[in-house]
Ligand binder design. Structure first.
Ligand SMILES: [Zn+2]
Length: 385
């Protein structure tokens, strides 16, 4: 059994192992080494370890460490996090992003806040808990590819019958229980027209003009969303549709043959995603009929649904009681809807601040460490002892 390193050494080790996930293959890295590191530490604490290589992403891995007291098969607590980080901005970090650095009361490094460091917190919290004294199961879940496709969180079935009572996803929320966020859909609309000389518009089908009609319809969807749906828990209380990128044509004197638009939509929790797609399809019926076969809609990734946990639920009450922080919504997406689908009360709560996530010189405040460690330890004790 390997000896468990100090908290700071675990932090240093986790930051030192690159585990970037990125849709650009030149950045993308396997998370295998992080998983192996965690497996060794968690095994030395007495956990059983299951590792699953993703079907969707061979070379990427999920890990489930479990300690299930005799006679129990389900319930207990799941502590979850992702092992991957975003890429780093070359030239904008003042130091090596993979070298943990202490300065100004902060620990700097890629993944210090979002969120490899969370695993060091969990293991540190467990250092002083004898697993054999647990009365409820305890699970640690480490996923892959959260920052891109959430492929890891989509394959939790691979661990068989996993049904904790409660789950905490340790994204950096400054130990505030986050209990809801919107979903995220990324779509592309491609218009294929017909090129021709610009002197005769009738000689072709102008993809930019067709796209203009498409956008007019989608603008009315934006208004519809605003009128039809309302959830005042969010600062922006309706689902959004954003036009993010558009490319079309190559020369002023040609009829544009191809135009592509990328958009994102953020549905409210509880919204039926298929219904939302239905609204768009319906709105495009006319323009599609006018230009048969010219308009093609595609999902750029599998949808991430919205998520909400009842503020009155036990886990929210417990987390609020231990941290003193009332629950909040978030404006970013997490793996919460997938973890919640296991059938457990799920919140997002971890050390570090989301403002530092995905930023050069990412850090965690050193004076946050001790309180977060003891809050996590108390949480584990409250649920499992
Ligand atoms: Zn994260």
């Amino acid at each position: 059994m390997p000896q468990l390193p100090s908290f700071i050494q675990m932090y240093r080790d986790l930051v030192a192992i690159p585990s970037v996930s990125c849709l650009d293959p030149s950045w993308d890295t396997s998370n295998k080494e992080v998983i192996e590191k965690l497996a060794g530490w968690l095994e030395s604490l007495g956990f059983q370890i299951d590792v699953h290589e993703l079907d969707r992403q061979p070379g990427k891995y999920n890990l489930l460490a479990h300690y299930v007291p005799d006679g129990m098969t389900q319930g207990g607590l799941l502590l979850a996090g992702h092992t991957d980080t975003v890429p780093w901005d070359e030239g904008r970090w003042t130091h090596d992003p993979f070298k943990l650095r202490e300065e100004n009361g902060r620990l700097y490094g890629l993944g210090t806040a979002d969120m490899k460091g969370f695993f060091a917190f969990v293991i540190e919290a467990l250092r002083r808990i004898d697993l054999r004294t647990l009365k409820k199961p305890l699970y640690i879940l480490a996923t892959a590819d959260e920052e891109t496709t959430m492929a890891g969180a989509r394959e939790l079935d691979a661990f068989g019958h996993l049904k904790p009572d409660f789950a905490i996803i340790g994204e950096p929320t400054s130990m505030t229980p986050v209990i809801m966020h919107k979903g995220h859909l990324t779509e592309s609309v491609r218009v294929t027209g017909k090129s021709g000389h610009s002197s005769n518009p009738a000689a072709g089908i102008n993809a930019i003009e067709v796209m203009h009609d498409v956008i007019t319809q989608l603008r009315s969807v934006q208004n519809d969303f605003r009128k039809r749906y309302q959830d005042d828990s969010f600062e922006v209380p309706y689902p959004t549709l954003n036009f993010g990128a558009i490319h079309g044509g190559d020369a002023a004197n040609r009829i544009c043959a191809c135009c592509e638009l990328h958009l994102d939509m953020r549905p409210l929790p509880g919204m039926n995603i298929d219904e939302l797609y239905g609204v768009i399809d319906e709105r495009l019926i006319e323009v599609k009929a006018k230009y048969p076969g010219a308009i093609c809609l595609e999902h750029m990734h599998e949808p991430i649904p919205g998520y909400r946990c009842d503020p009155e639920s036990e886990i929210v009450q417990l987390a609020q009681g231990l941290t003193g922080n009332p629950p909040e919504p978030a404006n970013y997406c997490t793996e919460a809807p997938f973890v919640q689908a296991l059938g457990c009360q799920t919140i997002i709560m971890g050390p570090g601040n989301i403002a530092q996530a995905h930023q050069p010189d990412e850090f965690i405040q050193i004076d946050e460490i001790a309180p977060a460690q003891s809050q996590l330890r108390d949480l584990i004790r409250s649920v499992c002892l």
